[in-house]
Ligand binder design. Structure first.
Ligand code: ZN
Length: 97
């Protein structure tokens, strides 16, 4: 009995290790892609703002129920929606204006 549960634990640990490895390689990939900030443009007044990719990605991950839309921000000038000019999201979708 004890032997059996140990085996299961080992299996889980191996799974866990594989998961971490996968995550690490993914993070490395993302880091390599990360080059610049994401340019956001207001859909109303055309104001441009650079938002750090890290910040955009955090919002992108939180907002994973609506992956067909990129994360958006409100314009500080007019309150309209700002959208990324071009942004490749964490879900592998490239959003473009
Ligand atoms: Zn605006």
């Amino acid at each position: 009995m004890a032997k059996k549960s140990k085996k299961i634990k080992d299996k889980q640990r191996a799974k866990y290790k594989a998961k971490i490895k996968e995550k690490q390689s993914k993070e490395k990939e993302v880091k390599e892609v990360k080059e610049e900030d994401v340019l956001y443009i207001c859909t109303e007044c055309g104001v441009k703002e650079y938002i750090p990719r890290d910040v955009v990605e955090i919002f992108d991950e939180i907002d994973d129920e609506n992956i067909i839309e990129p994360p958006t921000y409100s314009c500080e000038k007019c309150g309209a929606i700002m959208r990324p000019k071009k942004y490749e999201g964490v879900h592998g979708i490239t959003y473009e204006l």
